[in-house]
Design a protein around this ligand. Structure first.
Ligand code: GTB
Length: 218
């Protein structure tokens, strides 16, 4: 039986591939592994049956035989460790790829999520107007540092790795904010990720879920 992952029945990103199941789909596609998707509603996510898989009542989850996981980073890392294609074999290069996984998830992603929360969920807070430029500045500083590291290279450390997969997906979340537009090399970097056949297959699969459930135009 193929691994089973969970994803939104109706994603708040309206099929833009920004929800975190996309990272897992992309990793599975990079490795050429078949998988099944169990779609769940916001209500089901918070039910005990799902919380048994995910303590925080979220997506994505991953089940493969005896392995049951939550956290998109842990799932991508597990896939990289158990199948060829997303982590270098050479120990020092593999360790650096792990560093980029952590960089994506713990250095770059948190301020991006903070900004999205401030823009979408905290508009009515008295401090919001003062906080937004602060968050934007923090993100620009990180993006400049990331662009400096990337330089003229295609990927963060030699060949495409799980670190690039997660970093590209984290950066794509900035799309609606427009913040990536002034970091041209990072825009190119995300475009390279999106041009990968595995990304395209994963994107099309999650998009098909949105299109199947979205109300059709008359
Ligand atoms: N750290 C966890 C991981 O990486 O797996 C975070 C998991 C998480 O935040 N999951 C979200 C979720 O289940 C979906 S991806 N939320 C429901 C809940 O908490 O009740 C987050 C997401 C949602 C929407 C957009 N978007 O619209 O752009 C982007 C990302």
């Amino acid at each position: 039986m193929p691994p089973v992952i969970t994803a939104f029945e109706r994603s708040p990103d309206r099929g833009q591939g920004l929800a975190r199941d996309m990272r897992v789909r992309w990793a599975l596609e990079e490795m050429g592994l078949p998988y099944e998707v169990r779609l769940i509603s916001f209500h089901e996510m918070k039910e005990p049956a799902h919380r048994a898989l995910h303590p925080f009542g979220q997506i994505p989850t991953f089940q493969d035989g005896a392995v049951a996981l939550f956290e998109s980073g842990a799932i991508v890392l597990h896939l990289g460790q158990t199948h060829p294609g997303l982590l270098p074999k050479e120990p020092a290069a593999r360790a650096r790829a792990l560093a980029w996984i952590f960089a994506a998830l713990t250095t770059i992603e948190p301020p991006i999520v903070d900004l999205q929360n401030a823009r979408l969920l905290e508009r009515d807070k008295p401090w919001n107007e003062a906080r937004l430029p602060l968050l934007e500045h923090r993100i620009h500083a990180r993006l400049s540092e990331l662009a400096d590291h990337l330089g003229e290279e295609d990927w963060l450390d030699g060949a495409f790795s799980a670190g690039d997969l997660l970093m590209v997906h984290v950066l794509l979340r900035l799309g609606p904010s427009g913040l990536l537009k002034t970091h041209l090399s990072l825009l190119d970097y995300t475009a390279r990720g999106q041009a990968r056949p595995a990304y395209r297959r994963a994107f099309a699969a999650q998009r098909a879920v949105w299109e199947a459930t979205a109300p059709q135009d008359p």
